[in-house]
Design a protein around this ligand. Structure first.
Ligand code: TMP
Length: 217
């Protein structure tokens, strides 16, 4: 399988965080703000973001927690990501757009690679083989799992397969994401998600604008 490191002139931004952390709302808010400032923005999500990947999403987020083994999950997430990359992300980046995705490969590193089983070497090997692309900038919305779990399950979206794994699982996820941010401070920017939506949003927009200005230099 060919790697996907094609020429990119756009900016690739991802949002990460535990379930119910508010990252989808924040990704949408950032997209709207950047559009209002005149930027060309594609807002997308994982698993999903292309027709084929949205079909795979249903297999992944619905059903009981033991529906798939962690290994099978890793393969399905990578299949969905590859399609998302080919059909949505890379064409938009090549067109010079800002692509904002609600989750990307860090979610697989943490959900499948650390929190459910120690499968990080498999996650990394498959990522290198099939994906080979990282965001330029990642916002990690950090928050207390008790607060976010209450929010997430309250939505009752029918997509609760991972949320049903419980509080201890969400705590492992939080620790995993924070560890990732410590390992890659250049790419991952940690945002305190335990504040009002407006405060969190203002923080994100300020950091994004500073980042875009620094990139122009
Ligand atoms: P969402 O609630 O952010 O739309 O994501 C759906 C669920 O899929 C969420 O519980 C996190 C999980 N997930 C993984 O386990 N691994 C991944 O690689 C991705 C993208 C999502």
């Amino acid at each position: 399988m060919s790697r996907t490191g094609a020429h990119r002139s756009g900016v690739f931004v991802s949002f990460e965080g535990i379930d119910g952390s508010g990252k989808s709302t924040q990704a949408r808010a950032l997209a709207e703000t950047l559009r209002a400032l005149g930027h060309d923005v594609t807002l997308t999500r994982e698993p999903g973001g292309s027709t084929g990947a949205e079909e795979i999403r249903r297999l992944l987020v619905e059903g009981t927690p033991d529906r798939w083994s962690p290994e099978t999950e890793i393969l399905l997430f990578n299949a969905a990501r590859r399609d998302h990359l080919e059909k949505t992300i890379l064409p938009a980046l090549e067109g010079g757009q800002i692509v904002i995705t609600d989750r990307f490969a860090d979610s697989t590193r943490i959900y499948q690679g650390a929190a459910r089983a120690s499968l990080r070497p498999l996650v990394d090997a498959l990522h290198d083989l099939a994906i080979g692309v990282e965001p330029d900038l990642t916002f990690l919305i950090d928050m207390d799992p008790e607060q976010s779990l209450a929010r997430g399950l309250a939505r009752q979206s029918g997509e609760d397969r991972f949320e049903e794994l419980g509080l201890a699982f969400q705590q492992r996820l939080r620790a995993g994401f924070l560890e990732l941010a410590r390992a890659e401070p250049e790419r991952l920017h940690v945002i305190d998600g335990g504040r009002s939506q407006a405060q969190v949003s203002a923080d994100i927009v300020a950091h994004m604008q500073t980042w875009l200005k620094a990139r122009e230099r």
